[in-house]
Design a protein around this ligand. Structure first.
Ligand code: SF4
Length: 304
C-alpha cells in the first residue's frame, strides 16, 4: 500500500477507535507506552469527590464485536512497527468491573490479533478486585492480566471516607493481598494532599503504614489534581478543604517516603503535576530521594 494511503487510513482508524474518549485518554503512568484498547467508557462507580474525569459520562461496556473491530484496526496501524506489540492497556475508569468471562474473552481476542502479547494492564478499583474470587484472579493472571494499577490513594479511613472513595483502608489491604496471593503484579497509586492541610500528616503516616504491609512493583505518587468539575472544588471554595502548597506537598512526600520500609519497589513521583520529579528504587535510593526532597523543601521555604 502506498505510504500516503497507509497514513491516511491509519489516521482515520485512530480517530474512530479513540473517539468515545473525546481526546481525553487516561492511562496508568507505568503503562503509557502500551497499545490502548477501549473496553469501557466512563467509570461504573463515579462518586469520588475529587474526580472529574467521568462526570456526565454514562458508564458503557464496549461490545466484543466492536473490540474485535478495533483490534483489527490496531493490527493494521501497527503492522510496520519495528517491535511487535507486547503490552496492552485496557481503557476506561475501571475495566476490571467487567465480568471475568468477558475479560478472558477480551484477552483471547487480543492474543488472536497480537500473539506476542506479554501482558494486559488496566486501572482497577479495589472493590472490583475484592468482588473476584481467588479462582477468577488466577484465571485472569493466566489470561495475561498481569500489571494492574490500583487506585489506593491513601491509607487513612478518615480521608478515604471524606473523598467518597467507597472503600476502606482494610479493603485496600485485602485487595493488594489478594493479588499477591495469585502473584499478579500491580502498581499502587498514592495521592499527596488527599487529606488537605488538616490531614496531611495523617495521610503520610497512615499511607506508609498500609504500604509497609504490601508488595506492589511500583508506587505512583502524584499530587492531588483539582479537576474543574469535581465536587471537591466546592469544599475548597467554602474553606472546608484546604489545598496543600507546593512546600506542604513536599513535606508530606518527605514524611511518606521517610516512613516507608518497603523492599524491591519503585517510588515513582514523576507526574508533571508533582512539585518535583523524583524516582528511585526502595530501599537503595531512599536516602538520595529524601535528600533531594529536603533540598527542595529548603528552596521552597526561602520563597515564602
Ligand atoms: S477516581 Fe477512579 S474510581 Fe473514582 S470516580 Fe474517578 S474514575 Fe471512578
Amino acid at each position: 500500500m502506498a505510504n500516503r494511503e497507509f497514513i491516511k487510513r491509519a489516521k482515520k482508524y485512530l480517530e474512530e477507535i479513540y473517539k468515545p474518549y473525546n481526546n481525553k485518554i487516561y492511562v496508568p503512568m507505568p503503562e503509557t507506552r502500551n497499545l490502548f484498547l477501549p473496553v469501557t467508557i466512563g467509570c461504573s462507580y463515579n462518586k469520588c469527590l475529587y474526580c472529574g474525569l467521568n462526570k456526565n459520562i454514562r458508564f458503557e461496556k464496549i461490545s466484543l464485536e466492536e473490540i474485535e473491530e478495533n483490534l483489527k484496526k490496531l493490527q493494521f496501524i501497527t503492522q510496520y512497527n519495528r517491535r511487535k506489540v507486547e503490552k496492552f492497556n485496557l481503557l476506561g475508569g475501571n475495566p476490571l468491573v467487567l465480568e471475568t468471562e468477558y475479560l478472558v474473552e477480551i484477552s483471547r481476542l487480543i492474543r488472536k490479533y497480537f500473539p506476542k502479547v506479554k501482558y494486559i494492564s488496566s486501572f482497577s478499583r479495589v472493590d472490583d478486585i475484592l468482588r473476584k474470587s481467588h479462582e477468577e484472579l488466577v484465571l485472569l493472571k493466566e489470561s495475561k492480566f498481569n500489571r494492574l494499577s490500583l487506585g489506593i490513594e491513601s491509607g487513612s479511613d478518615k480521608i478515604l471516607e471524606f473523598q467518597r472513595k467507597g472503600v476502606t483502608s482494610k479493603d485496600n489491604l485485602a485487595a493488594m493481598r489478594k493479588l499477591e496471593k495469585v502473584k499478579l503484579d500491580y502498581s499502587a497509586y498514592i495521592i499527596l494532599g488527599f487529606g488537605g492541610v488538616e490531614y496531611s500528616r495523617e495521610n503520610a503516616i497512615e499511607t506508609a503504614r498500609l504500604l509497609n504491609k504490601v508488595h506492589p512493583f511500583e508506587l505512583v505518587v502524584v499530587n492531588l489534581v483539582y479537576f474543574p468539575n469535581a465536587p471537591l472544588l466546592e469544599k475548597v471554595r467554602t474553606g472546608e478543604f484546604k489545598r496543600l502548597s507546593p512546600l506542604q506537598s513536599l513535606e508530606e512526600e518527605y514524611l511518606l517516603l521517610y516512613k516507608l520500609e518497603m523492599e524491591n519497589v519503585v517510588f515513582n513521583a514523576t507526574h508533571k503535576n508533582n512539585t518535583i520529579a523524583i524516582k528511585g528504587k526502595l530501599p537503595e535510593h531512599k536516602n538520595i530521594m529524601l535528600k533531594e526532597i529536603e533540598k527542595n523543601i529548603k528552596k521552597y521555604s526561602l520563597k515564602l
